[in-house]
Design a protein around this ligand. Structure first.
Ligand code: MN
Ligand code: MN
Length: 467
C-alpha cells in the first residue's frame, strides 16, 4: 500500500501540470532584482501617461543608448541600432543581428495608448457660472468609474498659424487638477435605477475646469471668458485652436505599491504600458542579437488599431521592407521568416469576480508572464491562433531560460473576449503569439499588476530578442 502510494506520487510529479507562485520559485536576490526593476517601471508610468509622452520618453532613452533615426538605404551592420518615430505617437526600434536579414527578425509588439477621455473639438462651455470641457471617451471604459476623481490634461494644440504648444497640467505637486462631478446619493434615486452601463452616460463625462468670472458686469459667459483668458496667456491659444488639438484627460494620480507586502503596483494605464516598458527595456538590453531584434510600441490599439499610427496601417510592413532592401534582401521573404511576440496584457483571476474566468485556463497573479495561444471572442472570432509548433518553440525558449510563465485565456468561452494586435501582425505571414502581463481591473482608471509578472515579462521579451 505504502509503495503504491509512492509510485502514484512519483507519477503525479512526472505527469501532472503544476504551477508554482513566483514568490516561492524566486530566491530573495531575484525578488530584489524584480522589485528594483519595477521602480523603473513606476517612474515610466508617471512620466508617460499618453502615447505621445511614451514616445518622447522612449526616443530620449534610445538616443542615449546609441539608436539613430532610420532612413531607408542607410548603411547598417550587426550591432547597429536604429529607430523610427511615427508621428510622435508610435515608435519602432531595431538592433541589427549577426544572422542574414533573410532569416527574419524577432519582433516584440506592445501598445502605448490607454483608455482615456479625449476632449471634443468644441470642448469649452459655461453652464450656470461653471466652466466645463466636453469629452469623447477613447477605448473601452466603464464610464461610471471616471467621475469624482482627480484628472490631469495632456496633449498638444496646433494654433491657427501652424505653431504648436504642448499641454501637461495636473501631474506636478503644485498643479491644479480637473474633475467630473457625480450626483450625491441623496438625490440619486433615479440615477441609481439606471443600469451600470448607463450609470454615467457619455455626455455626462463633462470635466469641471473653472468657476471664477472675468471681472466685468456687462457681459455674459464670464467664467468661460476668464478660462480662455488664462489659456491665452499660458498657451497663446483662442477657442478655435481646440479644433486642431489633441487633449487627453487621464487620472492624475501616481503609480504606487499595493499591499502590505508591496508585491503589486497600482496605476493608470498598465494596459499596455506594462508590456511596452518591459519590451522597451529588453530592446535596450539586447545589444548583440543573432537575429535582428525589432520592438514596436504602437498607438490606437484601444480603438481597433486603425489609422496611420495603429498596427492595421502599413508602417510596420514598410519598415521591414525598407530594412530588407538595406541589405539587398526581398521584403516579403524577411517578413515571412520573422517571428513575433504580441505583447499585451491579459485578465488576471479576480477572487471577487471568479465567475467570468475558467479556473484551469486563466492567468493568475505571480504565476509569471501569460502566454495566450489564441485571443478573440466566443468561437475564436477575430483570433490569431498560434500554431502548436510555434507555441512549442516559445515554450521551450521560456523553459530553457527559466522564465516564469503560465498560460491563460481571456475569460470563459461564452463570456466575451478581446483581441490584440497579434492578428494584424500574423496577417502579414509572421508567426505570432500573445505574451503579456496579467492585470486586475483592466481598463479601470486604476489597474493592478503583480511585480513578479512584470519582471517575468521583461525576461520573456529579452530571451526572445536574443533567440
Ligand atoms: Mn492592451
Ligand atoms: Mn486594452
Amino acid at each position: 500500500m505504502e509503495k503504491e502510494k509512492s509510485i502514484a506520487k512519483q507519477k503525479k510529479e512526472a505527469l501532472f501540470s503544476r504551477s508554482k507562485h513566483a514568490g516561492i520559485r524566486m530566491d530573495e536576490t531575484a525578488l530584489q532584482t524584480c522589485d528594483a526593476f519595477c521602480e523603473g517601471y513606476k517612474a515610466f508610468l508617471d512620466a508617460a501617461k499618453t502615447e505621445r509622452e511614451a514616445v518622447n520618453f522612449t526616443v530620449a532613452k534610445l538616443e542615449e543608448a546609441g539608436f539613430r533615426p532610420f532612413t531607408p538605404g542607410m548603411e547598417l551592420k550587426a550591432g547597429d541600432r536604429v529607430y523610427v518615430n511615427n508621428r510622435g505617437k508610435a515608435v519602432i526600434m531595431a538592433t541589427i543581428g549577426t544572422a542574414p536579414i533573410t532569416e527574419g527578425v524577432r519582433l516584440n509588439a506592445a501598445h502605448i495608448d490607454s483608455p482615456r477621455l479625449d476632449l471634443k473639438q468644441h470642448p469649452l462651455y459655461e453652464d450656470n457660472e461653471i466652466a466645463l470641457f466636453k469629452t469623447h471617451y477613447y477605448g473601452g471604459i466603464k464610464k461610471y468609474q471616471w467621475t469624482a476623481m482627480p484628472l490631469s490634461l495632456h496633449g498638444m494644440i496646433v494654433r491657427a498659424d501652424g505653431s504648436s504648444v504642448e499641454v501637461g497640467i495636473g501631474e506636478d505637486a503644485g498643479d491644479p487638477v480637473f474633475c467630473i462631478s457625480d450626483l450625491l446619493p441623496h438625490l440619486a434615486a433615479n440615477q441609481m435605477k439606471r443600469t451600470l452601463h448607463e450609470g454615467i452616460k457619455g455626455e455626462e463625462l463633462n470635466i469641471i475646469i473653472g468657476s471664477r468670472p472675468f471681472r466685468d458686469d456687462s457681459e455674459s459667459e464670464l467664467v468661460k471668458l476668464a478660462i480662455l483668458d488664462i489659456l491665452h496667456e499660458k498657451y497663446g491659444i483662442t477657442e478655435d485652436d481646440f479644433i486642431s488639438a489633441e487633449l487627453e484627460a487621464v487620472p492624475a494620480y501616481q503609480a504606487k505599491d499595493v499591499g502590505f507586502d508591496r508585491s503589486m503596483i497600482g496605476a493608470y494605464g498598465h494596459d499596455d504600458r506594462v508590456c511596452a516598458y518591459t519590451a522597451f527595456m529588453a530592446a535596450l538590453e539586447c545589444k548583440n542579437p543573432v537575429h535582428t531584434g525589432v520592438t514596436i510600441l504602437t498607438d490606437k490599439e484601444e480603438t481597433g488599431s486603425d489609422g496611420n499610427t495603429g498596427l492595421c496601417s502599413s508602417y510596420l510592413k514598410y519598415f521591414l521592407y525598407d530594412l530588407a532592401e538595406t541589405f539587398g534582401a526581398n521584403g516579403r521573404a524577411v517578413i515571412s521568416a520573422s517571428k513575433c511576440l504580441s505583447a499585451d496584457v491579459n485578465a488576471a483571476f479576480d477572487p471577487t469576480f471568479p465567475e467570468v474566468l475558467e479556473r484551469n485556463n486563466c492567468a493568475y497573479f505571480n504565476h509569471g508572464v501569460c502566454v495566450t495561444k489564441f485571443t478573440g471572442a466566443r468561437g475564436k472570432s477575430g483570433t490569431s491562433d498560434a500554431s502548436a509548433e510555434f507555441v512549442g518553440e516559445i515554450r521551450r525558449l521560456l523553459d530553457a531560460n527559466d522564465v516564469i510563465w503560465q498560460t491563460g485565456e481571456l475569460g470563459k468561452v461564452d463570456m466575451g473576449g478581446g483581441g490584440t494586435v497579434a492578428a494584424y501582425i500574423a496577417n502579414l505571414n509572421i508567426d505570432t503569439i500573445d505574451v503579456g502581463v496579467p492585470v486586475l481591473s483592466m481598463h479601470a482608471p486604476y489597474e493592478m499588476v503583480a511585480k513578479t509578472d512584470v519582471y517575468a515579462a521583461y525576461r520573456a521579451f529579452l530571451v526572445f530578442l536574443e533567440s
